[in-house]
Design a protein around this ligand. Structure first.
Ligand SMILES: [Zn+2]
Ligand SMILES: [Zn+2]
Length: 262
């Protein structure tokens, strides 16, 4: 979700569950969403040395410099046009301004937030029960500590079962795709190892390993076994301890809605 500064509508009755400020609606790529008014940190007035008049200093985003814009909204001041002393003072001022609140939630037709739902699946990273959320690419499961805990499980968009994590493919740098010359990937599938183009789905070439000499096949198998031992796919379990496999095509059970305070 992106926060566009330009358009904003009030969202009466909605308080931010993270900081308690009022919420508002903003507009992103996928339409209206609920956002915190604490995302906008009010600017501070400054008078940079060597420049006429009063300027507004906006808190820096991440590692960028704070923005210094004339009150009449003309072009912003270049950071290098400031004296060293002002640079230090303005950076300090920006650092001391309150942090943006990044709370944002998708909304339903009534403008109410769509709350994540608690499921029976345990996050393999932090052991918390995973939550069902909706993102740009459809539904997915994540830890309640998402996005600090980045691990997610995607769901089949039509049937809703969990797509279990897989060991990533091995890029074979010296082996090029017969169709597009990109490197090939070695993957493991139901019928054993197979080669696919690294640019899939752009190129769908799947060169056969049938004619490889046995020694080469053996070397690839060895490489895969080592790679798999080095990069194990995390095991996914339900809260009852059941280990899920691909054959299960397990659809996560919804246990309840996430309570939002504030
Ligand atoms: Zn907030
Ligand atoms: Zn290719």
């Amino acid at each position: 979700m992106t926060h566009a500064r330009a358009e904003m509508q009030p969202a009466p009755g909605h308080k931010c569950p993270q900081c308690g400020s009022d919420c508002c609606y903003r507009f992103g790529k996928n339409g209206r969403f609920l956002s915190c008014t604490g995302y906008d940190v009010p600017p501070a007035a400054v008078e940079p040395e060597g420049h006429d008049g009063v300027y507004l200093l906006y808190k820096a985003k991440g590692k960028a410099r704070p923005k210094i814009i004339p009150k009449d909204g003309a072009d912003k001041l270049g950071w290098k046009s400031l004296t060293k002393k002002d640079q230090a003072a303005f950076q300090q001022l920006s650092d001391a301004m309150p942090e943006r609140c990044k709370y944002a939630a998708p909304i339903d037709a009534e403008g109410d937030p769509i709350l994540p739902k608690v499921t029976d699946i345990v996050c393999p990273i932090d052991g918390e029960q995973m939550q069902l959320r909706t993102g740009r690419f459809g539904p997915f499961l994540s830890s309640p500590n998402y996005p600090d805990v980045k691990f997610v499980l995607n769901l089949d968009p039509r049937k809703g079962f969990i797509k279990l994590p897989k060991t990533p493919p091995i890029p074979l740098e010296k082996q090029e795709c017969p169709k597009c010359k990109a490197p090939l990937y070695l993957r493991d599938g139901k019928r054993g190892l197979w080669l696919g183009c690294s640019t899939f789905p752009k190129c769908r070439a799947r060169p056969s390993m049938k004619d490889f000499d046995p020694k080469r096949k053996e070397a690839l198998q060895k490489a895969w076994d080592k790679h798999q031992a080095d990069n194990p796919a995390p095991e996914i379990r339900t809260r009852d301890g059941r280990l899920l496999t691909d054959e299960d095509k397990y659809v996560p059970q919804i246990i309840g809605e996430v309570e939002q305070g504030g």
